[in-house]
Ligand binder design. Structure first.
Ligand SMILES: Cc1cc2nc3c(=O)[nH]c(=O)nc-3n(C[C@H](O)[C@H](O)[C@H](O)COP(=O)(O)OP(=O)(O)OC[C@H]3O[C@@H](n4cnc5c(N)ncnc54)[C@H](O)[C@@H]3O)c2cc1C
Length: 610
């Protein structure tokens, strides 16, 4: 066992792991409530995933269409999530998002404006009314900038390039976390009775993804090892429009805002194909003809919605079907055309990042020609299971918020509901941590033996004489997930995928990083790999267990939603022997009032009859 005598120790009331929107909002809340608060992050402040968010954040402000209210937002979220959402979370989210957005404005966020000077809102897939507060196509940047300003000036301690490895517990309660500094490779022990995970998703387990290098499922892995439960891991969202060319940027996101601002999808025959993929139950809510869609695009709010703005699962599967039928674009996607729908100056004003992204990365001028796009792994609906109100997990003192948590989005997330998720449940996690700490009679102390074990495990990748290159294993995980746990899934393929992941887990035990822990991305990758594999296995196991197609989870061998599917959630936890255990946990009956709202007709909701 390796013991470090001069181990750096840092003490906080609350340690937040992650500096995206959820982490920053949680830290602000905790700090405002008087707790000493530290935030660690894998990279630099301002570089979290949230900064990449383009389209906007959903909140029923009713600024553009005054028929909008929390009930309609709640109903849209439940329907998008195919009713598998945690009802109470969807209610809290829809009710609290408007206040959280207005609060950002008070803190200095500069949103796009309506003619009347209100926060402007745009259309997005699955949202009944224009609902996304936005800043051009750089909403995430403004969100992060605003939260950082509030945090930096609010006395929060930011520890940049400091990576969490594992939690330390005492008597099953959180006592802190062990991490390391990316540059020096030195370990640091954070003593804190409450830890909030806001670590984002695990998109890097796939080959084609909109996610960046930081998203290796660290929160999932660390929570799982500490005894927390993961839930709904089968629900991984493939965004329909990622770049497909050139290969170096494959997967990079093309915001739904392009379709929200009028972009249409065409196949290689020049046909606008989405009209052929409108699910029966949505038909009355969508435009039936190109003329009707054009009317809507012209700004008439009474007209119905264009089919390009159906939920992401529907659009992603439609593009895949067109490609399979031989009607794809030259590089295996579809054409997204806004040039023929909107004037060049409108496109440059409304979608400046997209304009530059295509100009610089693909040499395509989107004001003059269509983009080539295809599905890309984008978002984890599943994640660490939390209490809807406090955000605490089943491990006392461990909280989770944002993409690494779960419950709000059910089987599929509506675009824009993530940014609002971060600020609503980030704030709640901060409050939850305060309430938890206030109720503690004594502070748990990190167990030195456990800390030494974590260090020994982490150093084993450097200590062994020989072993496999971790990057090769990461590559093989990504290929296995792409091939076996992709957008369309099937039992035998998933079983084969699980066998491959089991073999990869064995290989992971023997990966080797060379030299020392200083400036060593190879060693960092060895540590990430453990978390990536837990995320991948939990996803594949849950996908195999759910024998139906619902939301973002599509099974070729179990087409359509099954009644049975609404009766359970797939819950994963670590068994006593260290193996991964899955159980189908019965879902509680929905609260009557909420069920009424979710099932109400839109006319009844608008007329306030529900
Ligand atoms: C290109 C793109 C566009 C998007 N557009 C939208 C949009 O318009 N609207 C919308 O609602 N959603 C959008 N999303 C989704 C949304 O941006 C993300 O779901 C959301 O930002 C996640 O925020 P978060 O706070 O949970 O985590 P992130 O912002 O992902 O931050 C995670 C943080 O955790 C840190 N971290 C991870 N592991 C560790 C560790 N072991 N130790 C220390 N720190 C760690 C990271 O360094 C980072 O600071 C988009 C996503 C992408 C990729």
């Amino acid at each position: 066992m390796r013991e470090i005598k001069d181990l750096q120790t840092i003490e906080h009331d609350v340690l937040v792991v992650g500096a995206g929107g959820a982490g920053l909002r949680a830290a602000i809340e905790a700090s405002r409530l008087g707790l000493s608060t530290g935030v660690i992050m894998k990279s630099l402040l301002g570089k979290a995933h949230t900064v990449m968010a383009e389209g906007g954040m959903a909140a029923a402000l009713g600024n553009v269409d005054d028929r909008d209210n929390w009930k309609v937002h709640f109903r849209d979220t439940m329907r998008g999530g195919k009713f598998l959402n945690v009802w109470e979370m969807a209610e809290i989210h829809a009710k609290e998002a408007p206040d959280r957005v207005r609060e950002l404005e008070e803190w200095g966020a500069v949103f796009d404006r309506t003619k009347d000077g209100l926060i402007n809102q745009r259309n997005f897939g699955g949202h009944r009314y224009p609902r996304l507060a936005h800043v051009g196509d750089r909403t995430g940047l403004e969100l992060i900038r605003t939260l950082q300003d509030a945090g930096v000036h609010g006395g929060i301690d930011f520890h940049m390039e400091c990576i969490g490895i594992d939690l330390t517990l005492e008597g099953g309660r959180v006592a802190g976390m062990l991490g390391y500094w990316r540059d020096t490779g030195r370990f640091a022990l954070f003593k804190a009775p409450a830890v909030i995970f806001a670590t984002g998703g695990a998109g890097k387990a796939w080959r084609v993804t909109s996610n960046s290098w930081e998203y290796t499922g660290d929160g999932f892995g660390m929570a799982y090892r500490a005894g927390a439960e993961l839930m709904d891991m089968e629900f991984t969202q493939f965004h329909p429009t990622g770049m497909v060319w050139p290969p170096s940027v494959r997967g990079t996101l093309v915001t739904e805002g392009v379709r929200g601002e009028g972009g249409i999808l065409k196949n290689s025959e020049g046909k606008r194909f989405m009209f052929g993929y409108v699910p029966e139950r949505f038909a009355p809510e969508t435009a039936d003809t190109v003329e009707e869609a054009a009317k809507w695009l012209g700004g008439d709010k009474e007209a119905r919605r264009p089919p390009e703005l159906l939920t992401r699962d529907v659009v992603a599967r439609a593009i895949r079907a067109e490609v399979k039928a031989g009607r794809g674009s030259p590089h295996g996607g579809a054409f997204l055309d806004i040039a023929s729908q909107q004037p060049a100056d409108f496109i440059k004003r409304k979608l400046p990042s997209m304009y530059h992204q295509f100009k610089e990365l693909a040499e395509v001028d989107i004001t003059a020609e269509p983009m080539e796009v295809g599905p890309t792994l984008h978002y984890y609906m599943g994640g660490i299971r939390v209490n809807a109100v406090t955000q605490m997990t089943n491990v006392p003192g461990l909280f989770a918020a944002g993409e690494c948590g779960t419950g709000l989005h059910g089987a599929n997330r509506l675009g824009g509901n993530s940014l609002s998720d971060l600020i609503v449940f980030g704030a709640r996690a901060g409050q939850g941590a305060k309430d938890y700490i206030d109720a503690l009679s004594s502070r748990p102390k990190p167990d030195q033996g456990h800390v030494n074990d974590i260090i020994t495990d982490a150093m084993s990748f450097l200590d062994r004489d020989d072993g496999e290159n971790p990057y090769v294993v990461v590559d093989d995980v990504q290929v296995a997930m792409e091939e076996h746990v992709g957008i369309i899934r099937e039992g035998p393929e998933l079983e084969e995928g699980l066998e491959k992941l089991a073999a990869l887990l064995e290989r992971t035990k023997n990966v080797k990083a060379h030299a020392t822990s200083q400036y060593n991305p190879g060693w960092n990758t060895c540590l990430d790999l453990r978390n990536m594999l837990i995320s991948a296995e939990a996803t594949a196991r849950s996908a195999l267990a759910r024998e139906e197609s619902r939301g973002a989870h599509t099974r070729l061998d179990f087409e359509g939603e099954r009644e049975e599917g609404l009766k359970y959630n797939c819950v994963i936890r670590r068994a006593a022997d260290g193996s991964m255990e899955l159980r189908k946990e019965p879902r509680p009956a929905p609260p009557e009032e909420l069920a009424k709202i979710a099932n109400a007709s839109i006319e009844d909701l608008e007329a306030n009859r529900v």
